[in-house]
Design a protein around this ligand. Structure first.
Ligand code: MRU
Length: 340
């Protein structure tokens, strides 16, 4: 079974510390908004939908001890959490949702509003589980028996409340007895593919092969990849998609080799206020992520580094987007409009 990544337990947010996987399964409990901010920033939790769930609980944690001015504390908490990481739409989507529900009940006593906020975070968590399963159900129709699928980064149970988006499609197909082989890009620099995706797939008994990030073209040229499926961090109104750095490379390669390239994501990842990928903010992360692997420097300690965490795949290189409301086809501007 995929692992439960996140839960509300004993009045605290309990999550898997993804930074120590696959060698240790360790949990972190957060009982303050600062601790939620820290685990997001330090990537102890990551993946767009999971960041949305955590941010929702972070809002509750930020106001639960509020004594005098609940709405001032709410605004401050939301502003603070929105500085944790900039690219994943789901984080901002959840913050906006929490704010909206609080203001909708602004006439109620503070205690009641706090309770409503906790219930809303719980609802977002449960909804994400359902959404991932729906994505799996729609997406499984794209997967054929004996398919060899390439994925990048981690869009699995660890990146969501559980089950995953791109991996949700793979899990559903596997559970329905389709024989599939999955190639997993290691995904430098944080190695979400090597550390997390392989771990999740192998726990499900799926035929899993880890490859270096620069191997895809070779495999595609040999005819060994039938399709590519990845998650998304933010999808613009026209379908341009930001996802883990290296995704765009794969999309170009898939296009050249005439291999379908699928994105799987909840509609909460779609940002209709953003017209095209050009307007998506791409997070720049620290130099040591690239200079080091684990605790070991693999490059001169003072070498200049460029470390964008995401890239944008233009919509024309995406075959279809799998959402919980169905499979979206081109032109994405039109199909997205129908589901949002
Ligand atoms: O930097 P990360 O690990 O948070 O990046 C995650 C990804 O790029 C995932 O592919 C994306 O969030 C989709 S997760 C269902």
């Amino acid at each position: 079974m995929p692992v439960p990544t996140v839960e509300w337990k004993n009045n605290r947010l309990k999550v898997i510390d993804q930074s120590v996987l696959p060698h240790r399964l360790r949990f972190i409990c957060c009982n303050s908004v600062k601790s939620v901010w820290d685990i997001i920033r330090e990537m102890k939790i990551r993946g767009a939908p999971l960041l949305g769930v955590a941010a929702a609980y972070g809002v509750y944690l930020g106001v639960r001890n509020s004594k005098k001015n609940l709405f001032k504390d709410l605004e401050r908490t939301i502003k603070y959490l929105s500085t944790s990481r900039p690219t994943a739409r789901n984080l901002f989507w959840a913050l906006e949702g929490m704010k909206k529900i609080a203001y909708a009940h602004r006439k109620e006593p503070a205690g009641k509003i706090k309770k409503i906020l906790l219930e809303e975070a719980e609802r977002i968590l449960e909804e994400d589980k359902e959404i991932c399963r729906k994505i799996g159900k729609f997406g499984k129709h794209l997967i054929k028996n004996n398919d060899r699928i390439l994925t990048h980064c981690n869009a699995g149970g660890l990146a969501t409340a559980d089950y995953g988006t791109a991996l949700g499609v793979i899990f559903t197909s596997h559970r329905e007895k389709k024989k599939i082989r999955v190639y997993v890009d290691e995904t430098r620099p944080v190695l979400q593919g090597a550390r997390l995706t392989t771990w999740e797939l192998m726990r499900e008994g799926i035929d899993t092969t880890l490859i270096c990030d620069n191997t895809a073209a070779h495999l595609m040229a040999k005819g060994e990849i039938d399709k590519v499926i990845v998650g998304a961090d933010r999808i613009a109104k026209n379908g341009d998609t930001a996802n883990k750095i290296g995704t765009y490379n794969l999309a170009l390669l898939a296009h050249y080799h005439e291999i379908p390239f699928y994105v799987a994501a909840p509609t909460s990842t779609i940002d209709v206020r953003i017209k095209s990928g050009k307007d998506i903010t791409i997070e720049e992360r620290g130099a040591d992520e690239v200079r080091k692997i684990g605790n070991t420097y693999i490059a001169p300690k003072r070498v200049k580094v460029l470390n964008p965490a995401f890239d944008v795949t233009p919509n024309r290189f995406i075959t279809a987007i799998v959402t919980e409301k169905g499979i979206l086809h081109k032109p994405f501007a039109r199909s997205i409009k129908k589901v949002i």
